[in-house]
Structure formats: structure tokens, C-alpha cells
Design a binder for this molecule. Structure first.
Ligand code: HEM
Length: 323
């Protein structure tokens, strides 16, 4: 059983010691999350421009249209997860990558089956799902190379990437996109559910934010601090180590529990309460250190657009209002 690290101080210490806590925890290619420096640095530099201010600025109006349409077309009775959270995450991801609409349905099915297989620990199903994902992506890469995507679309930019002068293989490209897709779909959908539930139960904060929407990013980060959208990541000890006085043998793989670290009472007084006065530097929502989430600016943009529209849903279904 992999030791679970729950204390904020221990998680931070591990994240800031990548030379002793490796990200190589599995034999599967995972670009860049399963890599260590110097290889990680190389691939990290390659993907960061995909989340830069210019790319996100161009994506913002597209995203706003998605949110507006989703809320407008929401039936009177709806399920937050299946009618709002997943469609939003999926449409945002497909639009961000420039993917065609018919990929949306295939990806929705894929992520649902992936979650089921992962929860059941079904390795064979996971292996088949990985192959299926590769096939879906390789078909899009082929279209992008054939010029069927606009040159400035993210899929086109991806297939034209070079590392030390060489194009990336499909295997590496699929891994990059899998990191983004799994990173985006599950976490954004979980975040949306948490935000809807939070505002349903916290009308005071809802009112404060409606009057001062410039604080939405700060509020969303705090809501997600104690409603972790991402459960965990792993690290491997490269040599014998100690965590909080406990000996850990070399090669032990530990699990970093984001939710527990972000509600550690030694750092967060009343850890499960929303508070405006917390120090955002303590919040591990997007991690810290060399593997800190590169998609955080995109995630914040998506969740801001979603929350802005959510806050204007005054008279709608009880799903948005308590009682
Ligand atoms: C609310 C949404 C999100 C949360 C809470 C989240 C959280 C995190 C965290 C905690 C890490 C650090 C993992 C570690 O230290 O091992 C991480 C890494 C990563 N995230 Fe996110 N993420 C979110 C959205 C996204 C999005 C939208 C993308 C891209 C489309 C993305 C792409 C990545 C990638 C590629 C990494 C690996 C970075 C590396 O190893 O250098 N994430 N994320």
C-alpha cells in the first residue's frame, strides 16, 4: 500500500525536492507529468506557450459563448453533473483544441469509461481505453498535418512542435494531449459541481461576489481549496528518506493527497469554511514547484466564465438556490 501524505508541510517539502522525489512512478509515458529534470524542463518549456496570455485572450470570447449557450439551453429540471459540469468541461476542451463537435460525444464516453475502469482498478480496460484515446487523437493529428485545421489552432500548433529540431512522435503528442484532457475534463467538471453546490448553500458569498465580481478568481480558488477537484498525484523516493519522522525506503511510491493537505488544520484554521482572509500562497489547488499546473490560467479562465454566468441565474431552478 502506497503511503499517503496528508500534511501540508510534508506535501510542500516533497514538491520542492524533485531531485529526491521523482515523478517517474509508472512505466507509461506521461508528458510532462511523469518526467524529471532535465527532460521535464524541455517538454515543460514546449507546452507552456499553449497557456499564455495571448492564446487565452483569443479563447475567451469562444468560452463565453459556450457558457451562455449552455445555460440558455439548460432544461428546467437538470442534473448538475451530466447537464452542466461535463458538457461545459468537454465543450471547453474541444473548442480550446479546435476539435470537431463529433469528437465531443466520443470523448464523453471515453472519460466516463476511463473513470469507471480507474475506480475499479481494471488494468485491462485501462489499457484498451488508452489505445482508443490514441486512435482518436492520431486521426486528428493526421488531419492537422494535412492542413485540415487552421494553422493557429492548438492541434495544428501541437503537430508542428519541434524538440531539438525534431518533430514529436505521435506517441509523445498523444501523451501530452492525454495529460491535458484528463487534467481538464475531470478536474473542471468536479470544480463546476463544487462551485454550484457552494453557491447554493452560501447565499452571503454569492451576494458579495455578485456585487464585486472582480474577486471571482480569489473566491473560486478558496472554494476549491476545501473541495479538491483533483484527488492526488504520486512521487517516488529516489533514496532512503524521512517524512515527518517516518523512515521511507528508496523506491517507495507515495501518494500526495491534495484535499487533505489543503484542509490541514495546522495551516488552515476552520479548514472547511470559506474565508476571504486566507493567504493564497498556502493554497495547493494547482500544486507548487516544477510540476505546478501549467493549465492553471486556462482553468481559472474557464471557471471565471462559468461562475460569472452562474451568478446571474437569479430565478432559475432550485439546483442553483437553497430551499
Ligand atoms: C481546476 C482544474 C485543475 C486543477 C485543480 C489542476 C491541478 C493540478 C495539480 C495539483 C498539478 C500538479 C501535479 C503534480 O505535482 O504532480 C497539475 C499538473 C498539471 N496540470 Fe493541472 N489542474 C487543473 C486543470 C488543468 C488544465 C485545464 C490543464 C490543461 C489543459 C492542466 C494540465 C496539467 C498538466 C499538463 C500538468 C503536469 C505539469 C507538469 O508535470 O509539469 N491542468 N494540475
Amino acid at each position: 500500500m502506497s503511503p499517503v501524505i496528508r500534511k501540508h508541510a510534508d506535501v510542500v517539502a516533497i514538491l520542492h525536492a524533485p531531485e529526491t522525489w521523482s515523478n517517474q512512478v509508472s512505466s507509461h509515458l506521461n508528458v510532462p507529468n511523469g518526467m524529471d529534470a532535465p527532460e521535464h524542463t524541455l517538454y515543460r518549456k514546449l507546452i507552456e506557450p499553449f497557456f499564455d496570455a495571448q492564446t487565452l485572450h483569443r479563447f475567451e470570447p469562444v468560452l463565453k459563448n459556450i457558457v451562455t449557450r449552455l445555460f440558455r439551453e439548460l432544461p428546467e429540471e437538470f442534473n448538475v453533473e451530466s447537464d452542466l459540469a461535463y458538457p461545459f468541461a468537454l465543450q471547453a476542451q474541444c473548442a480550446f483544441m479546435g476539435w470537431p463537435c463529433d469528437l465531443e460525444a466520443a470523448l464523453l464516453q471515453w472519460i466516463q469509461r476511463q473513470q469507471k475502469a480507474s475506480a475499479a482498478g481494471d488494468r485491462e480496460a485501462m489499457r484498451l481505453l488508452a489505445t482508443e484515446f490514441s486512435q482518436l487523437m492520431v486521426a486528428e493529428f493526421k488531419r492537422a498535418r494535412a492542413g485540415e485545421y487552421p494553422v493557429d489552432s492548438l492541434t495544428s500548433r501541437l503537430v508542428h512542435l519541434r524538440i531539438e529540431g525534431e518533430p514529436l512522435t505521435d506517441e509523445y503528442l498523444v501523451s501530452i494531449v492525454r495529460n491535458w484532457t484528463v487534467g481538464e475534463l475531470g478536474t473542471i467538471a468536479n470544480a463546476v459541481k463544487a462551485i454550484v453546490n457552494f453557491f447554493k448553500a452560501n447565499q452571503v458569498v454569492r451576494k458579495q461576489l455578485t456585487q464585486a465580481p472582480e474577486h471571482i478568481d480569489h473566491a473560486v480558488d478558496e472554494i476549491l481549496r476545501f473541495n479538491a477537484p483533483l484527488a492526488s498525484n504520486r512521487r517516488r523516493a529516489v533514496c532512503p528518506m524521512h517524512i515527518n519522522g517516518q523512515a521511507v525506503k528508496a523506491d517507495t511510491v507515495v501518494t500526495l493527497d491534495w484535499g487533505a493537505a489543503n484542509t490541514d488544520p495546522e495551516v488552515f484554521e476552520q479548514p472547511h469554511q470559506f474565508r476571504w482572509d486566507r493567504d493564497p500562497r498556502d493554497n495547493l489547488l494547482y500544486g507548487t514547484g516544477i510540476h505546478v499546473c501549467p493549465g492553471a490560467p486556462l482553468a481559472r479562465l474557464e471557471l471565471r466564465a462559468f461562475t460569472q454566468t452562474l451568478l446571474t441565474q437569479k430565478t432559475r431552478s432550485p439546483a442553483f438556490h437553497a430551499g
